[in-house]
Design a protein around this ligand. Structure first.
Ligand code: CU
Length: 153
């Protein structure tokens, strides 16, 4: 091989390599955008439900007040019963002798007429304010003083 041609080839080769290096496409810059790559795992807490109403209405659950009223010839042992409006009144009527009952007209409350040593329990809602007389409806027992007062405040 001619020495001149060899050198020329070598030069061309070097130039080509150099050109190749220069022409090499630069590596694209990786754009690290950390703000976009960090996942946002924000967990939204469940909204507190403030609309649940736990308030208990007193109208649906009345206070029950129990009174035992004993009957003798011819009186009740309990002649004053005081409650609040809206209370549920429970009367445990116990007839200890004779023939008696317990009647409270304004609240449509009454027991059966009972013979001695019997009892009956009745309930009613004291839904109006005032003083009301309860009595025994047998014979003339009411006129004889077999009465009492229910006071609703
Ligand atoms: Cu009576």
């Amino acid at each position: 091989m001619d020495k001149k041609i060899y050198l020329t080839l070598a030069t061309v080769t070097i130039l080509l390599i150099g050109a190749g290096c220069n022409q090499a496409t630069p590596q694209p810059k990786i754009n690290i955008n950390t703000q976009n790559t960090i996942p946002t795992n924000k967990v939204t807490p469940p909204a507190t439900d403030n609309t649940i109403n736990t308030k208990v209405e007193n109208k649906t659950i009345p206070n029950t007040k129990t009174f035992t009223v004993k009957a003798n010839n011819y009186k009740f042992d309990q002649t004053n019963i005081i409650v609040n409006q809206g209370d549920e009144v429970e009367i445990v009527f116990v007839n200890q002798e004779g023939f008696h009952d317990f009647v409270l007209d304004e609240f449509n409350a009454r027991t059966k007429q009972l013979t001695a040593n019997n009892s009956e329990t009745i309930k009613f809602i004291a839904d109006k304010v005032g003083t009301f007389e309860y009595y025994c409806s047998v014979g003339k027992h009411r006129q004889m003083g077999m009465v009492g007062k229910l006071i609703v405040e």
